[in-house]
Design a protein around this ligand. Structure first.
Ligand code: ZN
Length: 139
């Protein structure tokens, strides 16, 4: 449900993991272990007693994506770093145009000069008009 929000948060520079395959207890344990704030639209999960005690949870009442982003920025402060991979949340490293050229479609290599590559999934990104300002290509 919050997958598109996770992508937006990554693009903004938040370290945003997204899981929909874990139980509530597993999610809480993972967030604790990694020092994360758990963001949920599940009021029951947000209100679990063990969770409320350490304060690292944020219940999102908003349903609109833009309003959700504003609520998170108000609660957590500005993004801590540069954009992350919107697909896997990996960190992005600059990539020289000559290195990027064989990894992207020819028209992109001819027209773009700025590239970054995900450390985790190896996707290459460049400034674009889709996907909230970035376009991706997985070699
Ligand atoms: Zn990635």
């Amino acid at each position: 449900m919050l997958g598109s929000l996770a992508r937006r948060l990554r693009w903004l520079g938040y370290d945003a993991e997204y899981r929909n395959d874990l139980s509530d207890g597993e999610m809480i344990a993972l967030a604790r272990r990694e020092g994360r704030v758990l963001i949920t639209r599940d009021r029951g999960l947000a209100n679990r007693r063990a969770w409320r005690e350490d304060g690292h949870r944020l219940y999102l009442a908003e349903t609109d994506l833009e309003a959700q982003v504003r609520a998170i920025m108000a609660a957590l402060g500005p993004p801590p770093g540069p954009s992350r991979c919107i697909v896997c949340n990996g960190e992005l490293d600059p990539l020289a145009p000559a290195e990027a050229a064989p990894l992207v479609p020819p028209y992109v290599a001819q027209t773009q000069t700025e590239f970054v590559r995900c450390r985790r999934c190896r996707r290459v990104y460049w400034p674009g008009t889709h996907l909230a300002g970035l376009e991706a290509w997985r070699p």
